[in-house]
Design a protein around this ligand. Sequence first.
Ligand SMILES: [Zn+2]
Length: 168
Amino acid sequence: MTELVKRKLEARPAPEPDPGDPFAAFREVEILDMQMAFGFRHSLGKLSRFFLALEERKLLGTVCPTCGKVWLPPRPVCPDDLAVTEWRELAQRGRLAVGSLSAYSLKTAGGDRQLMLGYVEVEGASTLILQQIRNLGAHALEPGLPLKIVWSEEAVEHPMELFWFEPA
Ligand SMILES: [Zn+2]
């Protein structure tokens, strides 16, 4: 029989419905082979200095001159009082606030490496930054884990891939 939908890879029948599942009639799944490619120029705008500093192995946040809060990721304007912030170089160490181990890997995350993400409380920052955690070794991905920044020795596709955190 000829497939009527060329991009259809698979149709999975619905499993036995759980009692009371309001979506029981919507659990059949069709999987398509979709390939999308597009390119565009993306300005990093007022945050550009943050990304350019990563190439110099510096981590920059912004500090609010009014309330003193240190934003990382940086913000050009403090959302609490609308003051224009100032750049500040931050320490390259911190602690894990919360982490997650993904079941999937990303091409941009090193290919076959299982992706670990964490919200990191960088020393001196008032906010958390989401970044990759790598080379956990025997450490558990638990809150409070001391972390340090490690810089990529290789060229990367996006400046956010220039660094990640590892146990300190
Ligand atoms: Zn402020």
